[in-house]
Unconditional design. Structure first.
Length: 394
């Protein structure tokens, strides 16, 4: 029998067997090609994933440092504002200063570019809130005053009011004795899953109130706040493009403008936590009474006032941009809607040379896909700034 040479099978006596041998070789080649295709596809996918991760890391770092730049610029502008009066719209028209350079004061919101990355900054006057540690230290001797405040501010009643008030005092006081009949100390918190100890000392950050018995997210953030956060997260591509271009209006303000009443406020709108020793070193006095300074309050803080409507709050902000209010009896205030209802809850400051501020900054990548947010509280004087808390939000 002659052997089959190369591709010729004419002399082969077993052509069927030879065909099977040629088919196996073709199948082997196809399997090798398929395997190489899978390896190449996997390699390509891995490279694309690593490239995407590297791009996201780069954009995230750019956004974070832009946010950090926003905090530092806000502190610098607040220090400058403590030296020279804040400018008004008329001042800008007369001296030619760019509008975005003016009025970096409390209650203001700004957007600027840093190395091609946009940054949004919000400055809040913590003097418009009650320092929680100072309040609770006072309430240990007078629990009734705390209950009166909680009842008036958050409309708490009955057993819920007693649980929240007594548990707040127990969380802060330095003993393990239960206050009243509805307080909570170590025994209660260690029975939870997972267990944790009672603070029994000063509260370092206001978010810690969520660990206190009786305080849930609705009470802490306010009834309307979770819905606001959900709305804020639902952005279309067109809205995202507009936000990147700097034309997107404040969504919370826009939503409030469509409502007849102010959104429900939470503890985060009324209280803040500060280190009393650090504040004392800077010469800042922590208040235990609830008064809103109409010259420094944000729109959201103004909406906390009883009887305040979104339209009136926007009117106050617009008026003080032109000229600060001189007193609570300023004719521009007395003529506003529901003035008699909220006048007892406001105060009017002169030009501040010292203040405790909460500064929130969000940096966005050039394409708007990645953002990073940072928040700090700082005591600001004309020749110094003292950061009391610093927190990365995402």
């Amino acid at each position: 029998m002659k052997r089959c040479l190369f591709r010729s099978c004419r002399t082969c006596s077993d052509r069927a067997g030879c065909g099977r041998e040629h088919g196996a070789a073709l199948l082997l080649v196809l399997w090798i090609i398929t395997l190489l295709a899978v390896v190449c596809a996997e390699f390509s996918w891995t490279m694309r994933a690593e490239l995407g991760a590297a791009r996201n890391f780069r954009d995230g770092e750019q956004a974070y440092y832009a946010a950090e730049a926003g905090l530092n610029r806000a502190m610098l502008e607040l220090m400058r504002g403590a030296v020279r009066p804040q400018q008004t719209t008329a001042d800008v028209a007369s001296d030619g200063e760019a509008e975005e350079e003016r009025n970096w004061g409390p209650g203001s919101r700004h957007r600027f570019q840093f190395g091609g990355v946009s940054c949004d900054v919000l400055i809040e006057d913590e003097g418009n809130k009650i320092e929680i540690n100072t309040l609770l230290a006072k309430s240990e001797k007078d629990p009734a005053s705390l209950k009166a405040l909680l009842k008036k501010t958050f409309a708490l009643e009955g057993e819920t009011l007693d649980i929240v008030a007594d548990s707040l005092i127990d969380w802060h006081d330095k003993d393990n004795n239960v206050t009243g009949v509805n307080g909570a100390e170590d025994d209660y918190y260690r029975s939870l899953e997972p267990p944790y100890p009672c603070r029994n000392g000063d509260i370092p950050v206001i978010e810690e109130l969520l660990l206190v018995r009786g305080i849930d997210e609705t009470l802490f953030f306010g009834a309307a706040r979770p819905e606001m956060h959900e709305q804020k997260a639902k952005l279309t591509r067109e809205e995202l493009d507009a936000l990147t271009a700097g034309t997107e209006p404040d969504r919370d303000t826009e939503r409030a403008a469509d409502e007849d009443t102010a959104p429900g406020m939470g503890m985060v709108d009324v209280f803040f936590a500060a280190n009393p020793d650090l504040a004392g070193m800077a010469g800042y006095t922590l208040a235990t009474t609830f008064k809103i300074d109409v010259n420094t309050a944000t729109l959201q803080q103004l909406l906390v006032l009883d009887g305040m409507t979104p339209a009136t709050a926007r009117e106050i902000v617009a008026e003080r941009e032109v000229r600060r209010f001189a007193s609570t009896a300023d004719p521009r205030l007395t003529g506003m809607a529901m003035y008699e209802v909220w006048k007892s809850q406001i105060t009017v400051s002169g030009m501040k040379t010292r203040g405790l501020y909460k500064i929130s900054a969000t940096g966005q990548s050039p394409d708007g896909r990645v953002s990073r947010s940072v928040m700090c509280t700082a005591v600001i004087q004309k020749n110094m700034s003292l950061v009391t808390t610093w927190k990365t939000l995402n």
